[in-house]
Design a protein around this ligand. Structure first.
Ligand code: PAF
Length: 280
């Protein structure tokens, strides 16, 4: 496995590989890898000659400086996991390398970013758009793999790829869960033992909300049910539970409309912000 810290080394190596006819699969990450990330690497390995993983905790997508400071950084362990998964290239640049000049460009993803994560984390998707487009230009992948736990991120990146005619395919991959239902996330490592024991309630609630919507309950009543549910678990601070169209992310009032429905949730638990969703 090759580990590069500079853009120049990465591009030099990848250009040589591409000239030799190799296809490139790309998994962008912020590190603190878990089995969910490794499943993206595995999907990429099945479909491409070469798999590249980037590890970069992108400061421009954090609207909360404390969250950026506390984000787990475990490069050595990440590289061991990637080596074991037979990833071919790791690109782990410093912030100075990625942002030698701070970008002035600003993305506007319209309604895709005025709801849910975009509403509660102003500027977040601009930072994601900037870093992902820079990475796409650096790596020039044929396919890029993203986990559906960040459903809104996948929608935003798809829009960006379509609007800016990036010559690559976005492959959304299913969320991996722990045995008790908790969605795998780098942030889970920050949960205390007590908080970790409670965390599966997020997924449990999503399953119950799905059942309610499927049995004809309205979105408003389902949201009220969610607020009520967390009254039994005051350790949680519910930020939002939204019922939205899977593609447009527009709010839907009843889940019997055509197309896929997504129930998306964000909640704080012991100071850690967790997100999850269920699609049906
Ligand atoms: O999903 C993430 O880990 C990040 O948002 C991404 C796509 C690597 C951009 O920094």
């Amino acid at each position: 496995m090759q580990l590069f810290n500079t853009i120049a080394e990465t591009q030099y190596y990848l250009k040589t590989q591409q000239k030799a006819g190799k296809t490139i699969g790309f998994v962008p990450t912020m590190g603190a890898l878990h089995s969910g990330h490794i499943s993206l690497i595995e999907s990429s390995k099945k479909e491409n000659d070469l798999t590249v993983c980037s590890i970069f905790v992108n400061p421009t997508q954090f609207n909360n400086p404390e969250d950026l400071k506390k984000y787990p950084r475990t490069l050595e362990k990440d590289c061991e996991m990637l080596e074991a998964a037979q990833c071919d290239v790791v690109f782990a640049p410093s912030a100075e390398e990625m942002y030698a000049v701070l970008p002035k460009l600003k993305f506007d993803f319209g309604t895709l970013e005025t709801v849910m994560e975009g509403k509660f984390r102003p500027g977040h998707f601009n930072g994601v758009g900037i870093v992902v487009s820079k990475l796409f230009h650096m790596v020039k992948p044929d396919k890029a793999y993203f986990g559906l736990k960040d459903l809104q991120q996948v929608a935003v990146i798809r829009q960006m790829v379509s609007d800016l005619s990036f010559d690559l395919e976005i492959i959304p991959c299913p969320t991996l869960r722990e045995a008790d239902g908790l969605a795998m996330s780098s942030r889970n490592t920050r949960l205390s033992v007590e908080a970790r024991a409670l965390a599966p309630h997020i997924h449990k609630l999503l399953v119950l909300a799905k059942e309610k919507l499927q049995s004809g309950e309205s979105s408003v009543k389902t949201q009220a049910f969610a607020a009520e549910y967390f009254k039994n678990y005051p350790e949680f601070e519910l930020e939002y539970l939204e019922i939205a169209d899977f593609d447009s992310l527009e709010t839907i009032t009843q889940a019997n409309t055509p197309g896929k429905t997504a129930i998306c949730i964000a909640a704080f638990l012991g100071g850690v912000r967790l997100i999850d969703n269920i699609v049906f």
